[in-house]
Write a protein that binds this ligand. Structure first.
Ligand code: GLN
Length: 278
């Protein structure tokens, strides 16, 4: 109710400004309207819809749906056949900001290239913020904290990252798991998909898979005889964020407003718990 009243006040203030400024320069409209209502604006929390750039009607996201519980394909997903924590978050952003959401599927390695080329508007893919990636795109406020872990057979003696020395290690190409193993200085084999790494491990072709924590939990739950080994010293915290083209502040603001609202009201923790426990 309060928000509706405020919206009406805003509209009235803008109309008044436009009326007064009629025949004058058009640029004066927006700043005049916002300064006139700054006091009222402080009284309420801005919602994604109110702060959204009116020009944004649709967001074309891309993901790589090979990363459960964040994104995977299922017959009845939350966005078409796409389901998972990220997909539920994207759907909520659509509702909150009153924009249409389209989801495209591509290789993880292609996401940032497609973004830079303007083929898509944003990525939502359990993507870790890294300095390297931040050189080519702008990241939103992070919405999830993860870490790399090791998946091994239940009877494995690997108990710490240092135990991987001389072992056959599998990672997914382009994931931060690959970077982490590279930085530790170990040899490894890179595969296209997490499931391929798990197959290698199940078939005894490798000794350990290094991958993100929540995805590892899912694989261990789905495949008998595997366990997770953590090493907080070796693997630091990673933060997942969405990415937009460098300088796309209108979309970045829309996404950040929605993310911050969903972090504050517990929506993101609820969605995560829902998919992680499933
Ligand atoms: N968090 C990892 C990364 O950013 C893996 C992400 C993913 O596969 N979706 O590289």
């Amino acid at each position: 109710m309060k928000k509706k009243v405020l919206a009406m006040m805003l509209t009235a203030a803008m109309a008044a400004t436009m009326f007064v400024g009629c025949g004058e320069k058009k640029e004066a409209e927006a700043p005049a309207a916002s300064s006139a209502t700054s006091e009222a604006a402080e009284e309420t929390e801005a919602t994604a819809e109110e702060t959204a750039d009116a020009a944004i009607e649709k967001i074309i996201f891309a993901t790589n749906p090979e990363f459960p519980p964040f994104e995977f394909i299922t017959p009845d997903g939350v966005i078409g056949e796409f389901d998972g924590i990220d997909m539920a978050i994207a759907a909520k952003i659509g509702e909150m900001a009153g924009v249409e959401i389209e989801m495209q599927s591509m290789e993880f390695d292609s996401l940032l290239v497609a973004l830079q080329n303007g083929q898509i508007d944003a990525t939502i893919a359990g993507m870790t913020v890294t300095e390297e990636r931040a050189k080519s795109v702008d990241f939103t406020t992070p919405y999830y904290t993860a870490t790399q872990v090791m998946i091994v057979k239940e009877d494995s003696e690997i108990a710490a990252a240092a135990d991987m020395d001389g072992k056959a290690i599998s990672v997914v190409q382009g994931y931060t798991g690959e970077t982490v193993v590279q930085e530790l200085g170990y040899e490894y084999e890179a595969f296209k998909k997490g499931t391929e790494c798990i197959m290698e491990l199940m078939n005894g072709k490798c000794d350990v898979v290094v991958i993100d924590s929540a995805t590892a939990q899912k694989y261990v739950a789905d495949n008998a005889g595997l366990k997770i080994v953590e090493d907080v010293e070796a693997f630091g915290a990673e933060e997942y964020a969405m990415a937009v083209q460098k300088g796309n502040t209108a979309l970045l603001d829309l996404l950040n407003t929605a993310i911050e609202e969903m972090l504050a009201d517990g929506t993101i923790s609820e969605l995560s718990a829902q998919y992680i426990d499933a």
